[in-house]
Design a protein around this ligand. Structure first.
Ligand code: RP5
Length: 165
């Protein structure tokens, strides 16, 4: 099996149903990834080890999804100079706004590229990771172009279907 280009982490098993969306997109683009549960609060040393060793393993992008007081993406940004994409998750009565603000409000110099709350965000995290990889991988770039061509065709076909009503 190829060594991972992307690592997807989530704070809890309860995040799995959302974060698996990111894995699905990476699979569609044939990008090797690794996925695991790493908590900024419950397993801080384990999280720091994964983040700090990732670049040396050939990983290019980190995706971190967490809910509530979501520090996971920020913790990965603290321990790695790889691009970190944060996915805020709706895990409390605040509906993900808590995680969104915790993920996006990083101090200057330690960015977390923050996507939307939930499944759409998880998918976009993987698309953004693919686009980052595509800057130095023409095969991935071609798959992205093909994906976009399919999406454009779907819109044109949907538009065409309105003509037959
Ligand atoms: C966060 O707290 C996790 O990312 C999860 O979204 C949320 C709730 O975790 P559990 O209590 O379900 O394990 O750290």
């Amino acid at each position: 099996m190829s060594s991972p280009k992307v690592i997807i982490v989530m704070g809890s098993l309860s995040d799995k149903d959302v974060m698996v969306e990111a894995a699905t997109v990476l699979s569609e683009f044939d990008i090797p990834y690794e996925m695991g549960i790493y908590s900024a609060h419950r397993t801080p040393a384990r999280s720091a080890k994964l983040a700090s060793e990732a670049a040396g393993r050939g990983v290019k992008v980190l995706i971190a999804g967490a809910g509530a007081a979501a520090h996971l993406a920020g913790a990965f940004a603290a321990h790695s100079t790889l691009p970190v994409i944060g996915v805020p998750l709706a895990a409390t009565s605040l509906g993900g706004m808590d995680a969104l603000l915790a993920t996006v409000q990083m101090p200057a110099g330690f960015p977390v590229a923050t996507v939307a709350i939930g499944k759409a965000g998880a998918r976009n995290a993987a698309h953004l990771a693919a686009q980052i990889l595509a800057t130095s991988d023409e095969a991935v770039a071609e798959r992205i172009r093909a994906f976009r061509a399919r999406k454009a065709k779907e819109v044109e076909e949907a538009s065409e279907s309105l003509q037959n009503l």
